[in-house]
Write a protein that binds this ligand. Structure first.
Ligand code: UDX
Length: 430
């Protein structure tokens, strides 16, 4: 099938390349010329393990091509995936400006029956809106169907997640569009759920909100465990092995971040408020998440037994999690912001994130971990990069002013560090 992917971010690029793997012919459309040129040259404009290899393979075989030309891209493809961003608006709702622009362009240029698929995370009722926006821009009435088909891939493991999804959700009221979608996904072995577009849209928000809830739940349990002297990692394991609960997303830390959870939880809360059905559990999920970096800083103060003012803290990790260069809503940056507001001198490191220095930057970014920890009163592990598991702490200790580690990701071997003379504190890890 000939597929058009509109938007070449994490979701769009990965989706397009996975469809190439499944034997389809794909066109990637983006209005950003630099992105198009880079992708057409086989180069990714963001960091995602394994994706550039797929890009090179399918660009070389011309199974995927990239363009800026909306008109020909719409005319030449019969299945169009909308994969543009839906950033958080000022009131917490999802901003649909980019989705609307794409829908209007599709309406303007469509020449025959098309299936238009929303893959971007969009609020309940958006499929209907997309249909209205398309219709309003058609010069002649040409039939089309809008399908909701949310994406569940994670940054950092996008290729694996998209190739091996747990399920595929197809939200449509059209039998014709449903058949086309199932044909598109025929090489996938997971269950396919066919449902109403509104249910499909809700499934995505409910899934992300549920996972965010698991994280806030375990972080709050961790705070209680901390007072009681219980290792929260034992609790995660002990409850997670109950199949009804599951082991994933029960890792206590600095709270969730990224481009999806904070935005999607807020958008669902806004939908709930607009419909006079507030979601009180979810409101608390956000509250607990916002508190978590502050709780961690309090812990640092108590441990150091003095105010943090004028101390030098080395923060390892800037990305919102490992294996991505994405810093959107990164708990690390939230932590740094709070530390800087308390006159702490922050030095930071990340294996792939490199900010341009100057401007409003609240920290000094260093190229190496050695340079970062030099003269530090304490180190904070803020991102769960596997690189940080392989550090030579005996050597690093000699650079530090005081051998103290705050492990915000509960990832280091505490006993080993203590044997090297470090004081090591995690999130309720004893
Ligand atoms: C998420 C969803 O998992 C994915 O299905 C959706 O398509 C997009 O949003 P992503 O934001 O890429 O994916 O990352 P994810 O691995 O889900 O982690 C989100 C945040 O939660 C990160 O900050 C991560 O560090 C944090 N997290 C995750 C925890 O603090 N503890 C955990 O146990 C798991």
């Amino acid at each position: 099938m000939n597929i058009l992917i509109v938007g070449t971010g994490y979701v769009g690029t990965t989706t397009g390349l996975i469809f190439c793997e499944m034997g389809h012919q794909v066109t990637g459309l983006d209005l950003d010329n630099r992105k198009i040129q880079a992708l057409q040259a086989g180069s990714l404009h963001f960091y995602e393990p394994g994706l550039e290899e797929l890009l090179t393979k399918h660009v070389q075989s011309s199974q995927i091509t990239f363009t800026k030309n909306t008109e020909s891209a719409v005319k030449e493809n019969d299945v169009i995936f909308i994969c543009v961003g839906t950033p958080m608006g000022e009131d917490g709702s999802a901003d649909l400006t980019y989705v609307k622009n794409v829908a209007e362009a599709i309406g303007r240029y469509m020449n025959q029956y098309k299936v238009i698929v929303t893959k971007s995370t969009v609020p309940v009722g958006t499929a209907e809106l997309v249909a209205e926006w398309i219709e309003a821009n058609q010069t002649n009435p040409i039939p089309f169907d809008v399908v909701s088909n949310p994406e569940f891939l994670r940054e950092g493991s996008a290729v694996r997640d998209a190739l091996h999804p747990d399920r595929i959700i197809i939200g449509t009221t059209s039998a014709k569009a449903g058949t086309i979608m199932k044909e598109l996904y025929q090489n996938f072995s997971c269950p396919i759920i066919e449902t109403h577009p509104k249910a499909s849209e809700m499934i995505k928000y409910a899934a992300n909100s549920f996972l965010a809830m698991k994280i806030s739940f375990i972080n709050e349990i961790a705070r209680l465990c901390d007072v009681l002297g219980i290792n929260v990692m034992d609790i995660s394991k002990g409850i997670g092995l109950d199949h009804r609960i599951g082991t994933q997303f029960l890792h206590a830390g600095l709270g969730y971040g990224g481009s999806c959870f904070p935005k999607d939880v807020n958008a669902l809360l806004k939908t709930a408020l607009d419909n006079h059905r507030p979601l009180s559990v979810l409101e608390k999920v956000v509250e607990v998440n916002n508190e978590q970096p502050l709780y961690f800083i309090e812990k640092m103060k108590q441990t150091m037994g003095e105010p943090l003012v004028n101390k030098t803290i080395a923060v390892l990790g800037l990305a919102f999690k490992a294996n991505t260069d994405d810093t959107r809503e990164s708990p690390s940056l939230v932590l740094i912001e709070h530390l800087a507001s308390e006159q702490v001198e922050v030095k930071a490191h990340d294996p792939v994130v490199h900010f341009k220095s100057g401007g409003t930057m609240k920290f000094q970014q260093c190229e190496t971990v050695e340079e970062t920890v030099k003269g530090a009163d304490a180190v904070v592990i803020a991102t769960n990069w596997p690189e940080y598991l392989r550090l030579d702490w005996a050597v690093l200790k000699s650079f530090m002013k005081r051998p103290i580690i705050f492990d915000g990701r509960n990832m280091l071997d505490k006993a080993e560090l203590e044997s090297l003379g470090f004081q090591c504190f995690g999130v309720a890890s004893f």
